[in-house]
Design a protein around this ligand. Structure first.
Ligand SMILES: [Zn+2]
Length: 265
């Protein structure tokens, strides 16, 4: 596959250095992810396309740093088709019409084919795209090298689904992963196993905090995330709640919705 990284030029506390988008060149000129519509992204995209026509945009999920660029891209390249797995309540935020794709679909991309791999957890509509011929997986927000991935429990995130997605991709045994944030991952099995271990460790920390008397997610965050950037506190809370919900699903914890308090069972 002929792949060109086109940066999104949208750095920030949640996006790191900014989003990675990828142009896959060939018969079907394809952009993977739309980023946020920064003028610099559109200019870099135009340069990567040269004199060729953008045929399609594959969107990995509806989070704004991946999808907000859809409308400006559609305006500039009106013949491009947009495809994603539907998440109706979020997809409504873009005016562009996306054609639905689903797990197992094979899509002509560049001069090859990408297989759609539904990997919910970070978002219900989250997709990876797998090139079996080279073992390359476009991994979107499944993992971020040197960081961890947010599971926004209050907005469609599910830790249990996320762990299942990590295991599923591990079983695909990709040779390399091209993520939406950060560097190319040349040893996918190592980072996927690290992620699974990290979540297990986090769960153990939460159980320990609850045994020590913490009942509110806020208190657990304060105990576990020392020296946290205050801008990231909301996301840390989401992550703790995602773990608590998983424990509840497993019958290991219960919550008191009135107080927002949790206890082990
Ligand atoms: Zn995301």
């Amino acid at each position: 596959m002929d792949i060109t990284l086109v940066p999104g030029f949208n750095p920030g506390p949640y996006t790191g250095a900014g989003n990675n988008t990828y142009v896959i060149s060939g018969m079907v000129q394809t952009l993977l992810d739309a980023a946020t519509g920064e003028a610099a992204h559109l200019a870099a995209l135009a340069e990567a396309l040269g004199s060729t026509v953008l045929a399609q945009v594959l969107v990995t999920h509806a989070h704004p740093d991946h999808a907000d660029g859809c409308d400006p891209i559609a305006e500039r390249w009106p013949d491009a088709a947009f495809r994603k797995l539907p998440w109706p309540e979020q997809d409504r935020l873009q005016s562009v019409e996306c054609m639905p794709i689903a797990d197992g679909d094979r899509i002509a991309v560049g001069d090859g084919t990408l297989q759609v791999v539904h990997t919910p957890g970070h978002a219900p509509d989250h997709l990876c795209f797998f090139d079996e011929s080279t073992g390359t997986l476009f991994s979107a927000d499944l993992v971020v090298s040197g960081s961890s991935v947010v599971i926004p429990a209050s907005r469609g995130g599910s830790l249990a689904q996320y762990l299942g997605s990590l295991r599923r991709v591990l079983a695909l045994a990709p040779a390399r992963m091209l993520p939406a944030h950060g560097q190319t991952i040349d040893d996918p099995a190592a980072i996927l196993n690290q992620y699974l271990e990290h979540r297990k460790l986090r769960e153990d920390q939460i159980v320990a905090a609850m045994r020590a008397g913490d009942r509110l997610p806020d208190a657990i965050v304060g105990r576990i995330y020392e020296g946290l950037d205050p801008r990231l506190k909301g996301m840390a809370l989401e992550s703790i709640v995602a773990h608590l919900i998983k424990l509840r699903e497993e019958g290991r914890a219960r919550s008191d919705p009135d107080e927002g308090a949790w206890e082990l069972m």
